[in-house]
Design a binder for this molecule. Sequence first.
Ligand code: MN
Ligand code: MN
Length: 470
Amino acid sequence: MAKKLDTAEVKKLTEELLVNRRNGYFQVSDDKIKKADDFCENYKKFLNLSKTEREAVSYTVKAAEKAGFVPFDCEKKYEAGDKVYYNNRGKAIILAVIGKNGCKNGVRIAAAHIDSPRLDLKPHPLYEKDDIALFKTHYYGGIKKYQWLAIPLCMHGIVARKDGAVVEISIGEEEGEPQFCITDLLPHLSSEQMEKTLSKAIEGENLNILIGSRPVRADEGDNLVKLNTMKLIHEKYGMTEEDFVSADIEFVPAFKATDIGFDRSMIGAYGHDDRVCAYPAIMAAINAKAPESTIVTVLADKEEIGSDGNTGLNSEFMRYFIADLAQAEGLETRHVLSKSKCLSADVSAAFDPTYASAYEATNSCYINNGVGMAKYTGSRGKSGSSEATAEFVASVRNIFDQNQVLWQIGELGKVDGGGGGTVAVYIANLNVDVLDVGVPVLSMHAPLEVVSKLDVYMTYKGIKAFYEAN
Ligand code: MN
Ligand code: MN
């Protein structure tokens, strides 16, 4: 018979051999918690200023320029420590810091996305029905439509006029500005609606935004409420109804980022997915100390609809940028990419005790347990996933442990429960080593998503440590 262990021996053996998963608050000092809280005060400011991909790019350009980044010039030779950025159509951006070894051992990439689910305007959005002016919308990304009814909305975007002028629009964010909403049917008359399934109860064509109800003063004429509404829009933005055809206009929740909980440990906001990884990536790019290999921070558009298009990561824009860096050093792009490593920084689903049956508790990410890794994403039998190699997961785990980065690893939810993907696959397809990391989110894709401050900070520390690693 084997030797009987006493309590102390069991404890010792457990510590040595078994995973000890504990809430981060039992593992970090008060000083770290304070640092996380301070970091998140600035993150909240970023959220409030960056509700669209365009606004996130504008913010990033300003922050990067302040930190010494200059527009990238593919004709120029760069030295170690030089900081450059490439702004792709105002909707995606790359920041790079040239490393001591340049690109010869590959580059270190962190890729996040800055588009979020929302309601876009259709090309002919404006109409009047029964003396009410409304906008027709087309939703963008994966939304539960009922969540978008009866909440305050703001209008953001740009209108490109035929004469070449581009007019920026932001209405409903400032104190005193009007806001908008989508109406819902009162419960008293909803017996028919309540019989429908959640996916059918609210039709896409019913996501119409309430924008006005007063007509122009006139004795006769049709569509006078619509006309009055257009007149007001024209006065403010110098545009006509036809200009909507060349506009990128998004309606997003009007909420400001806010602390959640008596202990203020969490942040509720629109668009954490994926600005909650974009912001740590920006700050890591700005604060990383003298990287060995060139570091490349990519903030992409279009992830929520599949990453296609010239500002999405399924296009060539990142590869072209790295090709320019490689060429300037007399290297072949394929050799640089094949030696490169990437953290695909995107959110993961935080285990939610209220919906526990959707998750598998042993392999879920939890709020306050640190930056979440996912070795693979996808759905069913890992379909659509680029799985990270065991070796690459080991190297990232080692970097995180050496730098006191609290981390955890999990799956999106239970097997066959659904699934999802990130930009990881598009970068991995370039023969780059890629691992998904990111902040666990409660109520992902809802108008108000929730994250933990500690996890946001650990994601920043994790990306920064990855950038500074040899
Ligand atoms: Mn995402
Ligand atoms: Mn998403």
